[in-house]
Design a protein around this ligand. Structure first.
Ligand SMILES: [Zn+2]
Length: 454
């Protein structure tokens, strides 16, 4: 922006000791500032010049702060916070695990309490955009809307009976499928485009084994009319691959391809158990792999993301309701590939890109978020540079990915609005959110035969 003699008004000026823009030129600014007006970044430059150019209504003093774009998490299910700390050692995904409180145990209010906890944790750790889908998706949308998170929300479409799944039986029931389609459709009607597009809604068939072919065909039709992405789980478990093969004679990616779902609009978590020509098929399709390294580890096998990327697939990062700390997910992604490939195959800058710009591009928000650039929405994170985890600071990227954690996040701005300040939510009471979720967990785990400590 060309300097003017008279300062212009703006809503917000964010300064920072170091600004990592993650823009295409990888611009970094020491002693920089970002001006925000009408939710949007309108100027970035040296702090002295910016103060002369802009008269902000509000200033965020970023002394001793590192400023970066908000993190983008492309696959998550906040109501599954109910399983936190209780399922990680069991080896299966929640949908397939017997005896744990989940989906059909929850009410809409339970889902809202748990989703608020999940959204709070994500914001606390610098995640400003999340793809979140589960049963009671309107509860997730409400939680995201209230806390100020940018979110893509979807339902959990399936017609396999969850009661049978937990015992390894696949019973497809028309009523279950219709109810889950209706839930996703109602979500879209009520929430899509909320708050100038901060909340967007998509379609999400749970997985190729938990959805019959007829249901997947129906979702493909509905999603084609709606636009946006389709979110799913793909080749997550050996049992999924076996079940799809027994039912259709195809691998999960082959089935999705035949049904017209395997394309650049698909964001599929996991992609672990790929066989034969699956990697080439996924790569050619231009789909996005939502890589969940912490979730992958649970089953003892890591997705071949390097091979998938080489074949043409896009790789983005997600937490999938494990630790909500995207920085931790980045670190795991690197470590797991180094073990898998017996060597150094990924670096900090690459995974940082997956957790910001690439994730934003995958969900169709590449022109809005994922980097700090003029014209993009102001989704900005400030980390406390006084933290011992962020020292010493040399290039910024290495220490951030290999050493920092979400707890170093101090301030979070979404759409130009400060939603976390000094580690505390500004639009809701964090302590109350934790207490409400605890009450839900205590009640449901008691019902499951456990004795919660609170
Ligand atoms: Zn998932």
């Amino acid at each position: 922006m060309i300097p003017t003699a008279t300062p212009q008004a703006c809503d917000l000026l964010v300064t920072g000791d170091l600004i990592l823009t993650l823009d295409p030129k990888d611009r970094t600014l020491s002693g920089g500032a970002i001006a925000v007006a009408d939710r949007t970044i309108v100027d970035i430059g040296p702090a002295d010049e910016m103060r002369a150019r802009w008269t902000p209504a509000q200033t965020i003093d970023g002394r001793k702060r590192i400023v970066m774009p908000g993190l983008v998490n492309v696959h998550n299910h906040t109501p599954l916070m109910i399983t936190r700390g209780m399922i990680e050692d069991l080896g299966f995904a929640p949908m397939y695990t017997p005896g744990i409180p989940q989906g059909h145990w929850l009410t809409a209010d339970d889902a809202y309490a748990l989703s608020s906890l999940g959204m709070y944790e994500l914001l606390r750790a610098g995640c400003t955009t999340v793809v979140d889908f589960y049963r009671y998706p309107q509860s997730c949308a409400r939680a995201a809307a209230e806390l100020g998170v940018r979110a893509v929300i979807a339902g959990r479409v399936h017609d396999a009976d969850p009661a049978g799944l937990a015992e390894g039986r696949y019973e497809y029931k028309r009523g279950i499928g219709e109810a889950s389609l209706a839930e996703n459709a109602e979500l879209i009607a009520r929430w899509n485009g909320h708050d100038e597009g901060r909340i967007r809604c998509d379609w999400a068939p749970h997985a190729p084994d938990t959805c019959s072919e007829d249901l997947l065909r129906e979702v493909a039709k509905l999603a084609s009319a709606h636009g946006g992405n389709i979110h799913t789980h793909l080749s997550q478990l050996p049992s999924e691959v076996e079940s799809v093969r027994a039912r259709t004679g195809k691998t999960p990616p082959e089935l999705m391809d035949d049904l017209g779902l395997l394309n650049e609009r698909l964001i599929a978590a996991h992609c672990i158990h790929l066989e034969g020509g699956d990697i080439e098929l996924c790569g050619r399709s231009g789909m996005t792999v939502a890589h969940a390294p912490i979730g992958n580890a649970k089953g003892g096998r890591i997705a071949p993301i390097i091979e998938l990327r080489e074949a043409g697939a896009r790789i983005a990062l997600c937490t999938d309701t494990f630790s909500g700390d995207m920085i931790e997910a980045m670190r795991w992604a690197i470590a797991m590939q180094r073990i898998n490939r017996q060597g150094s195959v990924l670096d900090a800058r690459t995974v940082l890109d997956w957790g910001t710009r690439t994730g934003a591009e995958a969900i169709g928000l590449g022109d809005k978020v994922g980097s700090l650039e003029i014209g993009k929405r102001a989704d900005i994170v400030l980390l406390d540079n006084r933290s011992p985890s962020l020292a010493p600071l040399v290039d910024g990227y290495g220490v951030l990915v290999h050493s920092a954690s979400g707890h170093d996040v101090d301030t979070v701005i979404v759409d130009g609005r400060v939603v976390l300040a000094g580690g505390r939510l500004t639009l809701a009471d964090g302590e109350e959110i934790v207490a409400r979720a605890q009450a839900v967990a205590s009640r449901l785990w008691t019902r499951a035969g456990r004795s919660p400590l609170q």
